[in-house]
Ligand binder design. Structure first.
Ligand SMILES: Cc1cc2nc3c(=O)[nH]c(=O)nc-3n(C[C@H](O)[C@H](O)[C@H](O)COP(=O)(O)O)c2cc1C
Length: 391
């Protein structure tokens, strides 16, 4: 056999050397920060909200990641929340170009530079050692109203004092009126400007959580004076099944600020909100964590807006991941959009600066989407900028 047939050519030698270099962990990490977790990108390298999720995944224990990521049962609704945005097209337009569209709005007396808020989500101490205090600081830095969860890791007084920006409070209604009164009094004394009563999530079971039950429990509170509710057979959370519209008459007397119901998915329930004196309707399926095979929020939004007829503001969440998602929800009639998992990714990955940056990314993307669709102001956003193709 000819020697030259078997021996290495110069090209092959270079290729082998290049292969060796790219296989080196140091170089590979430079090329692809997400392939392995041995290099965490710097905060200012991230330019979309979606990019934060792998960093969040890399930095946090598996059960904490899962707790944020999962949806109820087989996660049909969780997936559908995202899919629904794919069924809405944005129509570009040159009719009213504006590089700096006017995005300011006001909700219940709270002035906001963008129609974007942070949804209430539980137990931020599992994500970051400063918990909700850091979330609130990030929100204030990004001029964003935070809705503080009833099941926060820190006491409401501490969260309220952690920064100066406006915040609202979310209540999980209890069947003991004294408990509701105490919780609402504390939240209002701490300075909350609105109260959001969450009425969904009656009986959720998370299949993904079942896989985590043998992992070490994660600390979600500094101190807890109350016992966690007992786990019931088959894990139906009976502690919320007493809820009834009539409760709002009682709650109304305890709340001096505007009050909304969160978890509305039908036109009938939206009308009941108005009948029971609520000041706002918050369309949400708890980010796919309430009832599986419930509808996506984007699909039901138009019929709810139609039922409300502009009498009270309509808020929207579940599935929002970028600025054009915000625009789509506004085009279908929402007055403002809230973000659940997105700020959690920012907090878990980088603390308060991560919350600030991820919110500012969403704001900038929203501005870009408004400009691309030729909408110089929020008032110019209407149904004509989208084409929907819901199945
Ligand atoms: C980990 C996690 C915890 C949550 N905790 C609460 C809560 O304490 N109170 C509440 O009303 N909603 C809670 N939600 C629902 C959010 O307020 C919001 O409706 C949902 O996250 C929106 O969907 P998105 O995550 O796709 O944006 C939680 C959601 C997640 C993901």
């Amino acid at each position: 056999m000819q020697n030259w047939e078997n021996s290495q050519s110069r090209r092959q030698a270079f290729r082998a050397l290049a292969g060796m270099l790219t296989a080196s962990p140091a170089l590979r990490a430079q090329l692809d920060p997400f392939r392995s977790h041995d290099r965490i990108p710097k905060l200012d390298e991230l330019v979309t909200a979606i990019e934060f999720e792998p960093v969040f995944h890399a930095k946090l224990p598996r059960q904490v990641y899962n707790y944020t990521a999962y949806g109820t049962d087989g996660e049909f609704t969780l997936r559908r929340n995202r899919q629904a945005f794919d069924w809405v097209d944005l129509l570009p337009s040159l009719t009213a170009p504006s590089a700096k569209p006017a995005t300011e709005t006001e909700l219940f007396g709270t002035k906001m530079p963008y129609p974007i808020l942070v949804s209430p989500t539980a137990a931020h101490l599992a994500l970051h050692p400063e918990g909700e205090a850091a979330t609130r600081q990030g929100c204030t830095a990004a001029n964003t109203t935070m809705i503080v969860s009833n099941v926060s890791s820190l006491p409401i007084e501490k969260i309220g004092a952690a920064a100066t920006g406006p915040f609202w409070f979310q209540l999980y209604i209890k069947d003991d009126p004294a408990l509701n009164r105490e919780t609402l009094e504390r939240a209002q004394n701490a300075g909350c400007r609105a109260v959001v009563c969450t009425i969904d999530q009656q009986a959720s079971v998370y299949e993904r959580e079942l896989h985590d039950r043998n992992l070490t429990p994660v600390v979600t509170r500094r101190s807890s004076s109350r016992e966690a509710p007992p786990r019931t057979p088959y894990r139906i959370r009976e502690f919320r099944l007493f809820q009834d519209w009539k409760l709002f008459a009682e709650l109304r007397k305890m709340v001096k600020v505007p009050m909304l119901a969160k978890g509305i998915l039908t036109a009938e329930d939206a009308k009941l909100c108005l009948e029971h004196g609520l000041d706002g309707v918050y369309v949400s399926n708890h980010g796919g964590r309430s009832i599986d095979y419930g509808p996506s929020t984007l699909e039901v939004l138009p019929e709810i807006v139609e039922a409300v007829k502009g009498r009270v503001p309509v808020l929207f969440d579940s599935g929002v991941r970028c600025g054009s998602d915000v625009l789509k929800a506004l085009a279908l009639g929402a007055n403002a959009v809230c973000l659940g998992r997105v700020p959690r990714w920012g907090l878990g990955a980088y603390g308060a600066p991560g919350v600030q940056r991820i919110l500012e990314i969403m704001q900038a993307e929203f501005v870009k989407a408004m400009a691309a669709t030729g909408r110089p102001a929020l008032a110019a956003i209407d149904r004509s900028l989208v084409r929907t193709d819901f199945p």
